[in-house]
Design a protein around this ligand. Structure first.
Ligand code: LLP
Length: 413
């Protein structure tokens, strides 16, 4: 049987549930701080920029906390930029990634004055040049290059196929950089890559750095001098006992390979900053047995946490108190009418109705990917700081779910 999560920082799970109900997302402030400081420490006094990938957890208080710690931000939409500004983040430390930025997105970011646009296609650079010209500005630019790290050599990078839609092709990068350099309202600043997520081995990063540095040298030989190299995100966390990348090893490897090239390093970590800090608390509605198979039906579902259903991700699920109930091998399932609505399968747990379960490492790609499927309100979010608890997002009220809808009056004709 797994261990017990009775407290989050110094607050008991039962207190949290009594005050805020379930399903409930809970984040440990100290854990987020610790994760961010590990990055800071790994870089030490070398010139760098850590841009937290807002998509992993975009709650305003999480952004505000990271802004206070000095983080920059990696955003992928106008909405995320608005969040960063609202939370007091520094626009000068914002980089804008994404394969489909609209003209409106580009204009808003140009007007705001961000650090860099991570451009992902040739078409985008021309759009950006036009929009910058209209505003009488020069757009700071980096190209996201797909370093084409061999997924066969490193089978755990499962994003190979999906990556195709991202970035510009490695072999065309020099030509595209030269074309961009000739545009009147573009200012070439850097280069970036992002090779995948939940990486647990240094090897693909090493390959990517080698490939990117080769390209950086080629650009330099063509008269294009860059000032930063952005390695993207992707550092994995411990969901299931994975061996993790040591951040200091990663940073040392980058600087060793970089040698005396005068480039500052940027990174865009998401999961490794917030993933470990988060818990999804859920109450067991009932247990049932279907022909020898045990189910615990809980009040959180795939609309609250889609990772198990979407990626078949394994996430730790722990009891929050000792129990005298019989231990069974449970499938932990939600109330949604889909067979894919599960949070965990075959978990040895001692359960009865009313028990609270804690789903761990739920701080990244948890709440942000939640939906209203089955007209379920999204969960509340709280931040715990030692023995202080802050409600950082109210539970959605059911009436609000259809507040923007209109009922056509079909009787009038
Ligand atoms: N930079 C770019 C350009 C990205 O596309 C991503 C994540 C990141 C940074 C942050 O990567 P991280 O450090 O978090 O691995 N929903 C999936 C993960 C999708 C990641 C998308 N891109 C999941 O739940 O596993």
């Amino acid at each position: 049987m797994s261990s017990i999560t009775s407290h989050i920082e110094n607050v008991s799970v039962s207190d949290l549930v009594n005050r805020y109900g379930t399903p409930l997302y809970v984040y440990s402030k100290n854990n987020i701080e610790k994760a961010f400081k590990q990055y800071k420490q790994a870089f030490g006094d070398k010139k760098h920029l850590i841009c937290y990938a807002v998509k992993a957890n975009s709650n305003l208080s999480v952004i505000a906390l990271l802004a206070k710690l000095g983080a920059g931000f990696d955003i992928v939409s106008r909405g995320e930029l608005l969040r960063v500004l609202k939370a007091g983040g520094d626009a000068q430390k914002v980089i804008f990634s994404g394969v489909g930025k609209t003209r409106e997105d580009l204009r808003f970011a140009l007007e705001t004055g961000i650090h860099c646009f991570n451009v992902e296609s040739e078409a985008e650079i021309y759009m950006l040049n036009e929009e910058a010209e209209k505003l009488g500005k020069k757009a700071p630019v980096s190209f996201r290059v797909n370093p084409d790290v061999d997924a066969k050599t490193h089978p755990y990078i499962s994003t190979g196929l999906r990556e195709n839609k991202f970035g510009i092709p490695y072999d065309e990068a020099v030509r595209i950089y030269k074309a961009a350099n000739a545009l009147s309202h573009i200012e070439i600043k850097g280069i970036d890559c992002h090779i995948g997520s939940q990486l647990t081995d240094l090897a693909p990063y090493c390959d990517a750095v080698d490939r990117m540095l080769k390209l950086i040298d080629e650009l330099s030989a063509n008269g294009i001098q860059l000032s930063h190299f952005d390695m993207g995100g992707g550092v994995g966390i411990d969901y299931e006992g994975e061996e993790l990348i040591n951040l200091q090893d990663l940073v040392n490897m980058i600087y060793e390979k970089l040698g005396d090239r005068p480039l500052s390093i940027a990174m865009e970590p998401g999961r490794s900053i917030v993933g470990d800090s988060g818990y999804l608390l859920t109450e067991v509605i009932l247990t049932k047995e279907n022909e020898g198979k045990h189910f615990a039906v809980v009040d959180a579902a795939m609309n609250d946490l889609i990772r198990p259903a979407l990626y078949e991700s394994w996430m730790r699920i722990e009891q929050t108190k000792e129990s005298s109930a019989t231990v069974e091998s449970y499938d932990i399932v939600g109330p949604i009418c889909e067979t894919g609505d599960f949070l965990g399968k075959e978990r040895e747990l001692a359960l009865e109705a009313g028990d609270i379960l804690a789903i761990k490492q739920a701080g990244a790609y948890g709440f942000v990917m939640s939906s209203n499927y089955n007209t379920r309100g999204r969960a509340a979010e709280v931040l715990v700081d030692n023995d202080q608890v802050y409600l950082i997002r109210e539970r959605e009220r059911l009436e609000d779910l259809f507040a923007n809808e209109k009922v056509v009056s079909f009787d009038e004709k």
